[in-house]
Design a protein around this ligand. Structure first.
Ligand SMILES: [Zn+2]
Length: 389
């Protein structure tokens, strides 16, 4: 039964079955038309009775079942969220090539570009004016034969990342600079470490190399180093080198702790040129069903000295973000909404499935609700505008 028919039903029953009570204003109404007065008091009583009866019916016994009032106003709705998306939560991924004048759209990553150093300041200037607080830098070496088995170009002092750090520190003193630390963009085989002859990862050499690269970025001025390679023990190695070099007090160590393997990195690999030349990364990135393994990786990285733990991808792994928040309850949790998630949202919006902005917010709010308080997002430029309104 609808609410309106319930009210009219109760009003009808009231009019037919209940004895009439005297109107509280009856003494003032003696000179008025009695018929009119009776009708008015009857309607008034019926309304009052109907609303009381209807409420008691819908409450079904417990007053705490009534929730709508708590989120009836837009501001009250925003208060329902534990965390509200703000500009300072966002980190924007930037791809820098070794060709200074590059300015090229990435076809599989709508609206995103690969740029050279000469285009870095022009790209970021308007975003910083709108409130951009942080970027994460990815180097994209394009020069022929620059890649080798050791990923030598990763920490080349003249390479795009180290030069990019220095340029950004000079140009935007308040911008927080994160550097992704990995080898896959720089190795001839496209894997995230140094390999044994049989093609498997040489963990010891890889950790040595990854921690050296992290140190080079930190010494160049990065505020945060973020190893994404997934070699065992690299967080401890980086932390120890930061301590030895007496710069651990000024460098944030953000670990891609729970980085899952899967098909959502396709557009990124196009962007960064980091497709493995053979095999895949399933022996070092986590298997998609591995919740317990992810929890162990997160706990390990916290124990090894990570300052921030990250989950990647984000929307398919909200349970892992929630686990990260529980395991690292006293530390920030980052989530990377990866290239495939971003491209999917764009494709679906283009196909008319939903509105782009609505889904950008909905997916990000889901990530925050799960427990993240930092989001690496390709939607950052749009959010800087959207959050303004
Ligand atoms: Zn990698």
């Amino acid at each position: 039964m609808s609410f309106s028919s319930l009210v009219s039903d109760l009003t009808y029953r009231d009019g037919n079955t209940r004895p009439q009570r005297p109107s509280p204003h009856s003494s003032l109404s003696t000179t008025t038309n009695n018929t009119h007065n009776d009708t008015r008091s009857q309607v008034s009583r019926a309304k009052s009775y109907a609303s009381t009866a209807a409420t008691s019916v819908s409450i079904a016994g417990d007053i705490s079942s009534q929730l709508h009032g708590g989120y009836s106003h837009p501001l009250a709705r925003s208060w329902q969220a534990e965390r509200q998306l703000t500009k300072s939560m966002l980190i924007y991924p930037v791809f820098i090539t070794d060709n200074p004048d590059d300015d090229e759209l990435i076809p599989s990553l709508p609206g995103q570009k690969r740029i050279g150093l000469n285009k870095l300041v022009p790209l970021l200037q308007p975003l910083i004016a709108k409130g951009l607080k942080s970027v994460v830098l990815f180097g994209v070496p394009l020069s022929p034969s620059i890649k080798d088995a050791l990923g030598t170009a990763a920490d080349d002092p003249q390479g795009p990342v180290i030069q990019g750090i220095r340029l950004l520190r000079r140009s935007f003193p308040h911008l927080f600079i994160v550097t992704d630390v990995c080898l896959c963009e720089y190795t001839s085989h496209g894997h995230c470490g140094i390999l044994h002859e049989d093609g498997s990862l040489n963990n010891a050499l890889s950790v040595e190399r990854i921690s050296d690269i992290a140190m080079a970025y930190a010494e160049a001025g990065a505020h945060c180093v973020a190893p994404s390679d997934m070699n065992d023990g690299r967080i401890r190695a980086i932390k120890l080198k930061l301590i030895e070099s007496q710069i651990s007090h000024r460098v944030v160590l953000m670990s891609y702790s729970a980085k899952f393997s899967g098909c959502l990195y396709g557009p990124f690999r196009d962007a960064a040129g980091s497709v493995p030349s053979f095999g895949d990364r399933r022996c070092y990135q986590l298997p998609p069903g591995g919740r317990g393994l992810a929890r162990r990786a997160i706990q390990r990285d916290i124990g090894e000295g990570a300052d921030i733990i990250m989950v990647k991808p984000a929307s398919q792994y909200l349970d892992i973000i929630s686990d990260a928040k529980e395991l690292g309850k006293d530390m920030p949790v980052a989530a990377y909404q990866v290239s495939g998630e971003y491209a999917m949202i764009h494709a679906a919006a283009k196909a008319g499935v939903f509105d782009l902005k609505t889904m950008a917010f909905e997916s990000t709010e889901g990530i925050l609700r799960a427990g993240a308080n930092i989001v690496i997002s390709y939607f950052t430029p749009e959010f800087l505008d959207w959050l303004e309104t």
